[in-house]
Design a protein around this ligand. Sequence first.
Ligand code: DOR
Ligand code: ZN
Length: 400
Amino acid sequence: MILIKNGSIIRDNELVKRDILIDGDIIAKIAPSIEANVETIDATGCLVMPGAVDVHVHFREPGFEKKETIYTGSRAAAKGGVTTVMPMPNLNPCPDNVEAIELQKKIIDKDSIVRAFPYASVSVGEGDEKLSDIDNFHQMVTAITDDGRGVNNIELLKEAMRLAKKYDLVIASHAEDLVDGYKPQGEYVAVRREVELAKEIGCKYHFCHMSTKESFEAIRKAQQEGYTNITCEVAPHHLILNETMIKDANWKMNPPLRSEENRLETIKALLDGTACMVASDHAPHTEEEKSREYDKCPNGILGVETMLPIIYTYFVRTKKISLDRFLDIMVNNPCKVFKLPKHSISVASVADIAILDIEHEHTYTKEEIVSKGKNSPYIGMSFYGFPKYTLVNGQIVYKQ
Ligand code: DOR
Ligand code: ZN
């Protein structure tokens, strides 16, 4: 049994002081004061919340273990208060068939300290030519994506959409038109095209890391027309950074940091509900890769350790986002859209919990990074809300 004492939980949009008793893997009791002679966590000055759900992480295994592994990536997630992740399929072997998905799941079972629900790919090897073996693996995953590159083969995408509809899978789209690439129109041209297809076919269609005004306009319009099957996520970096701040390769990712206007539109989309969740796009690379010339180094920045502190600091602490909405965008909506097991701070819920220090500002350092990658633009920046403890299934998986 574990007792979490003197923390605050969110109830009806307010912070209230509650003690929480965990018995095995579940929350057994919540009360203003609990006394018990068991292992006790002091949560004074902390927000005790359900662990965050990050539907967009690159954990690189199998295939790219120099950048990250499921072992290190899951520990980075735990440090960030993230208790459920969805690892992306730009891997080797690519999870485009039953065997490759099984291989990845075996590594997850062995090494992951957080819950991990991997994506399968839409096309074989994310090659945009031949459909993955969706008929055979559809029960093994909840979503498919060719993240890292867009699907530009429209016939293939339509067939994937029909199968996604048939099997109730989500397609997560890294919407990028190959003609315009990283430019804003590279994103929104693909979004406009895919919104129309998703309306026509009616499968669950989720846009990853949206970052331009026009993309949000297209998605917002479809949602206003009643297409609740169309959803999107935004990433912390597009909410708090813009292209004028780029210093070096640790600020390089795809989609890239954009204009201040697009940053403000990204915030607007999160505030008005067009984007129903935040996801990190945690994308570690080796220090050697990121020390190459800017144009030659790979896209991607770390994200899973800093996502909760960033959203807490910029949006919750400033009261731009309510406490209830914070829970929705970090926990409830990702679970709902991707049909993941639910958890909350309530009796009988599984004890997946993040305990955030919301009273102290902390300056993020390179030394504290748990991920194998060190490519973070946030080194030297200060945030509130870094986790003091993280629990998964009633077990402490991170302690500051
Ligand atoms: O910045 C990015 N990094 N964007 C992507 O789409 C892929 C990712 C990666 O795999 O490194
Ligand atoms: Zn992506």
